[in-house]
Design a protein around this ligand. Sequence first.
Ligand code: SF4
Ligand code: SF4
Length: 246
Amino acid sequence: MPKTAITPDDFASLYEGFTAPVSRFDCGRKCAPLNGGEPVCCSTQNAVPVVHKVEFELLKGRSDLWSKFTPYDYATRQIVAELTSDCMAIHCKGARHCERDNRTIACRGFPFYPYLTRERQFVGIGTYWVFEDRCWMMSNLEIVDRAFVEQFIATYEALFVKDGSEFTTYVDFSASARRVYSRWKREIPLLGRAGELLVVEPSTGTIRLGRKKDFPKARPFTSEKEYRAAIKEAGGEVPNQGLRAV
Ligand code: SF4
Ligand code: SF4
């Protein structure tokens, strides 16, 4: 795919087409008690947002919500050191100051990434597996809205046309997913382009339609007891309705 010069205006139009929430459920209420009261994906202790430098240019012109991220330990120095020259790490003022219209593509899409097959087909969206022990949403994929999946896919398809390096990044990332899950001897859960559950056999890349029992559940989201114990250990407060999506 040829590399074209992506502009701040391109990101502005991508933002306009990617407004759907992951689900109608405010999932931050479920993970924040495990994370000092802040949603896991909104604190750089957990997830450092990485953006295209052009995306930061757009955001800087629209808001003072974001600034350049300064690494504070070995792990975050590694993240910054491994960035490609057109990307940068940034951080926002925190969940209490969130501005919905000025969220990055990464914020809008979390906890998902575009999954590409070995044949480079964009068949669905996978989850950032390193967060499975903290992100409640990843253990509740059955409530992800179809509108979200469709907007996610349309956004990344448009992005891939504008910026071929993004496409290559996710071709490589999807290959890493297959390696990691293959090592774990686990199947990869995906949401297909119409929001359906798909399951990838990682060593062959074969994809089948998932069944209800294939929806992944990771600890501590496997049982009410596990969840409550994890919140207790983190010093948080159990939300109303506990683990359940109600
Ligand atoms: S997407 Fe995951 S990490 Fe982010 S707020 Fe929802 S449950 Fe928490
Ligand atoms: S902009 Fe909003 S969604 Fe994005 S990291 Fe900050 S608080 Fe979270």
